[in-house]
Write a protein that binds this ligand. Structure first.
Ligand code: ADP
Ligand code: MG
Length: 163
């Protein structure tokens, strides 16, 4: 599905609105250019999980672990990755090590490590409209999440779905 995000606030809120569909070991793969809003979206996830620490881009650390959550839907940690600096998908960095610890994994620049991403995941591509600067999100739920329920939740919260 595709939706329009008009403002930074709407992007943050999206991370919260989708939170009822999050579950332990879900992997959310984010793609989109620098400044698209990947970290902004992740901040909304942090709010949903009531993480007190400030979430910012982990570019220079590859991964940040936030393990103080409100245990929403049984999620015990947020694994926030930014793999921008990983160039070789076969590098020693073993992502899957972190995918099975009842955490929610969010990966910025996920397309770089496409080959080692789990098949069951969410893929979110964020584009910037060159004229309006609005963000256009292409969200693919490649797991058992019910797309109809997600669409309904988004519409109920005022989001504009275009396909
Ligand atoms: P990324 O992690 O993709 O590099 P960030 O989330 O760090 O991007 O930055 C996005 C920037 O774009 C922020 O400065 C934010 O204020 C700005 N912005 C403007 N409009 C939007 C929007 N509709 N959605 C998300 N961010 C927006
Ligand atoms: Mg970022």
């Amino acid at each position: 599905m595709k939706l329009i995000i008009n403002t930074e606030q709407e992007m943050i809120k999206l991370g919260k609105v989708l939170s009822k569909f999050y579950y332990p070991n879900l992997v959310i793969c984010l793609s989109g250019t620098l400044g698209a809003g990947k970290t902004t979206f992740t901040k909304g996830i942090g709010e949903a999980l009531e993480i007190k620490r400030i979430i910012n881009s982990p570019t220079f650390t590859i991964m940040k672990i936030y393990d103080e959550t409100n245990h929403l839907n049984g999620i015990n940690a947020l694994y926030h990755l930014d793999v921008y600096r990983l160039t070789d998908a076969s590098s020693d960095f073993d992502l899957e090590e972190y995918f099975n610890l009842d955490g929610l994994a969010v990966i910025e620049w996920a397309d770089i490590i496409d080959k080692i991403l789990p098949e069951s995941c969410w893929k979110m591509i964020i584009d910037i409209d060159p004229v309006t600067s609005k963000r256009i999100i292409d969200l693919k739920l490649l797991d058992n999440t019910n797309e109809y329920d997600v669409r309904k939740e988004l519409i109920d919260n005022g989001y504009e779905i275009i396909s």
